[in-house]
Design a binder for this molecule. Structure first.
Ligand SMILES: [Zn+2]
Length: 295
């Protein structure tokens, strides 16, 4: 089954919910960046959550970027999504290896470490909206739950999971986000809490073959979930030679001059998808000439 996100409401619209399967998407990220198992789990959870957060945005051109700037051995992690199910992301140290945590699971919290979780919503205005909270456990779901509460005052549950195969490919990935709207009655909250208390592992449920709709049916049992639209989920980067050229120009004319004098073709990789772009000495010379004409 191809990856997708589903959006829904429940409990007379006092609840809004998102769920998704992201196995292919996370596997693509793993292979593009050559991610270790713990880095696959960390980036996979963040890609899944950010994809759903992208669907919360209103306008076609809006972008959301989630960054975990932690002090763990994985370094920082950045994921960007649009509102069409397209996500991309990377971690600073994709090869990070750690022993399992106390529960025998991939130690995502240890890989992320302590630091700041930053959410940037770019809606095309001059100043993007930026929300910041301290990283709690580094397990991603907990941290985003804290973000929604502290920064947006929306009580939320964020459940995410990535399960790896023994050959280090991705076996299952997905999750859900459930949010309470203001004024939700107590009985509704009690039912939701009871439902959630029996969901201990998203990956177990995905392994059993549950779809995103099934996940929400379980979490929202007795609350009349209504499913709205499905959105295909995909790891997709919009880099191009033009964009990479801009990044190269930002390095500065002096550096480009140095590269020309070295006389070798320069290869730049896109941080998000690792695609490489070659610039020959002639390319660099043309670039420099054009840059000088523009100043
Ligand atoms: Zn790219």
């Amino acid at each position: 089954m191809a990856d997708y996100f589903v959006r829904g409401t429940a409990g007379d619209d006092y609840i809004r919910a998102f769920a998704g399967t992201t196995k292919e998407l996370v596997e693509k990220a793993r292979s593009l960046h050559n991610l270790s198992p713990v880095a696959s789990a960390a980036l996979g959870r963040t890609l899944t959550a950010t994809g759903m957060m992208g669907l919360m945005m209103k306008n076609d051109q809006d972008l959301i970027t989630v960054t975990f700037a932690g002090d763990g051995p994985m370094g920082s992690m950045t994921v960007t999504a649009d509102c069409h199910g397209h996500v991309k992301g990377y971690v600073q140290n994709p090869a990070v290896m750690l022993p399992p945590n106390a529960r025998g699971k991939l130690d995502v919290g240890g890989a992320v470490g302590k630091g700041i979780l930053r959410v940037i919503r770019d809606t095309g205005l001059k100043d993007p909206y930026v929300g910041e909270v301290e990283i709690r456990t580094g397990e991603i779901g907990d941290d985003l739950t804290a973000y929604f509460w502290e920064s947006e005052q929306v009580p939320s549950v964020v459940a995410l999971g990535v399960l790896m195969n023994h050959d280090n490919t991705v076996r299952e990935a997905g999750g859900f986000i459930i949010q309470l709207m203001p004024g939700a009655p107590d009985e509704l909250i009690d039912t939701l809490e009871q439902n959630l208390s029996i969901i201990t592992s998203v990956t177990d449920l995905l392994k059993e073959g549950l779809s995103p709709e099934n996940l929400l049916e379980l979490a929202l049992a007795g609350l009349n979930p209504v499913f709205r639209d499905r959105t295909e989920a995909e790891f997709k980067c919009n880099c191009s030679k033009e964009r990479v050229t801009k990044a190269l120009l930002a390095i500065g004319a002096e550096e480009i001059q140095d590269m020309i004098e070295e006389g070798k073709t320069v290869t730049l990789n896109c941080g998000f998808c690792n695609k490489s772009y070659d610039f020959t000495v002639d390319d660099l010379k043309a670039l420099l000439t054009a840059a000088k004409e523009n100043t």
